[in-house]
Design a binder for this molecule. Structure first.
Ligand code: PBG
Length: 326
């Protein structure tokens, strides 16, 4: 035998030398749930997501500081409002929980932590859909756009670095870009959830963010789980509309889409390792069926290997702790 690939697997040093992909703390973004119904310094466990919490305003600020101290470069904020209505008005309230946390964290940490804010209506609407609803229950595209733009503008005013529209309405990146430019927030970036699938893996999040649709599902706006060419079309449109970064979501069941995005476009691509991906591994580990730490590393590394530059993951904080001890 002349060729023996095993020679390069002989020792840890040689394996490290030829390793193609790395998971670094710089790759990670930590999601934070801000719950306006909690006391300022309260944090409340999320039952469907072990070791994850909803935070009151000050507790969220403290959490952001801890995350920054660990070297995690970014957080993505989600809001759970005191009051919901048909038009998500708490979402664009300049004194809302997310806005408050953005202001406070920026004041303390300035550029030491990138703040991303998820832009969507579903956490703020009574019906739990990501847009305005017509009389017959249709999620109206064009009527939703100005509201998304208002939410994004309100986050920009508070000092956000990046807005991340996750609603999947057509034309929303352009509407948001336009409003940001008109109001002189030229340097606020848009991270578009370009390829967001109508996935069953969001189940635990909807518990966490209290955003389960009260009727129907999201299939008329989120993408069909069977499609990949459609993802390329969505990405192309978002780039034309002014997206700076893009996301594929969920990550693990859609690694092929991450690879397609990476190979076909030149803007940074991220994978969102969603709540269901998190909780299924947590549950199996709790039962002793999987080695938790190894499975988490393998999962996140696979997302990098597929071509993602960055990963939104509920393990970000813990992985940063693990990496710092290595
Ligand atoms: C809001 C939004 C959702 C997630 C991120 N932004 C829920 C949904 O679309 O139902 C899911 C994140 C996760 O599951 O971790 N539209």
């Amino acid at each position: 035998m002349i060729i023996r690939p095993r020679r390069l697997r002989k020792t840890q040093k040689i394996r490290d030398l030829v390793r193609e992909t790395d998971l670094k703390v710089n790759d990670l973004i930590m999601p934070i749930f801000i719950d306006e119904t909690l006391n300022n310094d309260e944090k409340k466990p999320i039952s469907s997501m072990p070791n994850q919490y909803r935070f009151g305003i000050d507790a969220a600020v403290k959490e952001c500081e801890e995350i920054a101290d660990l070297g995690v470069p970014a957080v993505i904020l989600f809001g759970i409002p005191k009051e919901k209505d048909e038009i998500a008005s708490s979402g664009y309230d300049d004194n809302g929980g997310v806005q408050e946390v953005i202001r406070k964290v920026k004041e303390k940490l300035n550029d030491d932590l990138i703040i991303i804010a998820d832009v969507c209506m579903c956490e703020y609407t009574i019906h739990g859909h990501c847009g305005i609803i017509s009389k017959d229950g249709e999620v109206l595209n064009d009527e939703t756009l100005p509201i998304l733009a208002k939410i994004a503008l309100s986050y920009a005013k508070a000092g956000v670095d990046i807005v991340a529209p996750s609603d999947m309405m057509d034309g929303r990146v352009y509407e948001i870009r336009k409003v940001l430019e008109e109001n002189n927030y030229k340097n606020v970036s848009i991270m578009s959830y370009s390829a967001k699938y109508a996935s069953a893996f969001y189940g635990p999040f909807r518990d966490a963010a209290d955003s389960t649709p009260q009727f129907g599902d999201r299939k008329a706006y989120q993408m069909d789980i069977a499609n990949s060419r459609e993802a390329l079309r969505e990405i192309e449109l978002d780039i034309e509309e002014g997206a700076d970064l893009l996301l594929v979501k969920p990550a693990l069941p859609y690694l092929d889409i991450i690879r397609l995005a990476r190979d076909n476009y030149n803007i940074p691509v991220g994978g969102y390792c969603v709540s269901g991906e998190y909780s299924m591994i947590e549950a199996a580990a709790e039962k002793g069926w999987l080695d938790r730490k190894k499975t988490v590393f393998e999962t996140l590394l696979s997302i990098k290997r597929a071509g993602a530059e960055f990963i939104i993951t509920y393990w970000a904080k813990e992985v940063a702790e693990w990496l710092s001890k290595n």
